[in-house]
Design a protein around this ligand. Structure first.
Ligand code: ADP
Length: 402
């Protein structure tokens, strides 16, 4: 069966078509700058094969419908395309950012499901409407094809109340649904499953700490295969130090900025989400640039690296306490997969906790899952590439066979 995965943002649509017989990627593409004068679509057909073909078009793309139509045209092209007919697509999996407390697992999209996604818009005002646009367009273009919503928050719905409640007036939970939800759930679940596979053990018996370090960063405590705590909270701002997001700060900083720095709530929100994190500390938010700056003697870049990796270590310690026994620590996403320095600094000094990195293995580049700890290390340390599209495709397939 072929599954189309759609990740629809406010001005972009990422899509991938996979053949689930062997999980091969048939096409992978991105529609960008939707609604701007000059839109862009780039699609790679049959990537990684000797028939690989990159199709690029620049033209005005008025809306999500226009963008998706262009994508479908490329997939269906009678000379170069990868499907002969729209009915070749067996199912469509959509990334949906916020499922609130309504969705604990991927779900076939019905009118009721759409209403529930809409109900959660206040919790993800930028993301859920864009995700809904993608769903609406896909339903128009692929009439009768099963559509499945895969939620970023669903994996974390097993987090117990003592971990998801903030110590705020209880009414704020009841009336406004303010609680910790967590995000990146599809990625955490995927790498936890992959870790169990490479360890050769059932996920349901494993305690893991999964660490997703990309532009956004988060860490999850996985107990017997289930998320029991995670670092992102009510919004994707809490927890670790990210590219441009602050992660944990004293909440009273908001009031201080408002009273003393003449900032309104929009400016404070922007400061914490767009101008903080690594970028706030040193002006750079790409870890590769930070390493280059450190090599050139930039002290602030060094500080940014230290602040991020110290925060990582602090959360690892916290999640070890949450779990008691930890079988594995998994690094994933752009920084986690590629940056041995960040991994080593995040685990530095944790040998008394049974974590011993094999520095040679940690220094090697790998696009495959790789063990980074020594044979003696009580806790195994792994690097496992995440693959959100494949994860969504697998979840979609699993829903169909439920
Ligand atoms: P997103 O969170 O947007 O999905 P990614 O997981 O792709 O992002 O991570 C992007 C980040 O990964 C970049 O900002 C960069 O800091 C980091 N990164 C990518 N490649 C490398 C590398 N070779 N070494 C260190 N960091 C890298």
């Amino acid at each position: 069966m072929k599954i189309l995965v759609i990740n629809s943002g406010s001005s972009s649509i990422k899509f991938q078509l996979l053949d689930m017989a062997d999980e091969a990627v048939l096409a992978s593409g991105l529609v960008e700058r939707i609604g701007e004068p000059q839109g862009l679509i780039k699609c790679t057909l049959r990537p990684g094969t000797d028939k690989e073909l990159v199709v690029k078009k620049t033209e005005s793309i008025a809306d999500h419908t226009g963008g998706m139509r262009l994508a479908v045209e490329i997939l269906l092209d009678k000379d170069q395309g990868v499907i002969a007919d729209k009915s070749d697509v067996g199912a469509i999996g959509h990334r949906v950012v916020h499922g609130g407390e309504d969705f604990h697992q991927p779900t076939v999209i019905t009118a009721e499901v759409l209403t529930a996604i809409e109900k959660n818009i206040p919790l993800a005002p930028l993301h859920n409407p864009a995700n809904m646009d993608g769903i609406r367009v896909a339903r128009e273009l692929f009439v009768g094809v099963v559509q499945v919503a895969v939620f970023d928050t669903a994996f974390h719905q097993t987090i117990p109340p003592h971990a998801y409640h903030y110590a705020l007036p209880y009414e704020l939970y009841e009336q406004e649904r303010i609680r910790r939800y967590g995000f990146h759930g599809t990625s955490h679940k995927f790498v936890a499953g992959e870790c169990a596979r490479v360890m050769g053990r059932p996920l349901a018996e494993l305690n893991l700490i999964t660490i997703h370090l990309g532009n956004g960063c988060s860490m999850t405590a996985v107990e017997n295969g289930k998320s029991v705590d995670t670092s992102l909270g009510f919004t994707p701002l809490e927890g670790l130090v990210m590219g441009t997001r602050s992660g944990d700060v004293d909440p009273a900083i908001h009031a201080f900025l408002a009273r003393n720095c003449n900032m309104d709530i929009e400016a404070i929100d922007r400061l914490l989400n767009k101008d903080s994190g690594l970028k706030g500390l040193c002006g750079l938010n790409d870890m590769r640039d930070i390493h280059a700056a450190i090599a050139a003697g930039n002290e602030r870049a060094k500080l940014a690296l230290q602040v991020q990796t110290y925060r990582n270590k602090k959360y690892i310690g916290a999640f070890m306490a949450v779990l008691g026994r930890v079988d594995g620590i998994v690094f994933t996403a752009g920084i986690g997969e590629n940056d041995g320095v960040v991994r080593a600094m995040s685990l530095q000094g944790l040998e008394p906790f049974g974590i011993t990195l094999d520095h040679e293995a940690n220094g090697r580049r790998s696009t495959q899952p790789a063990l980074l700890s020594t044979a003696e290390s009580r806790v195994q340390v792994w690097v496992i590439p995440t693959n959100e599209e494949l994860a969504i495709a697998r979840e979609t397939k699993a829903v169909l066979s439920r």
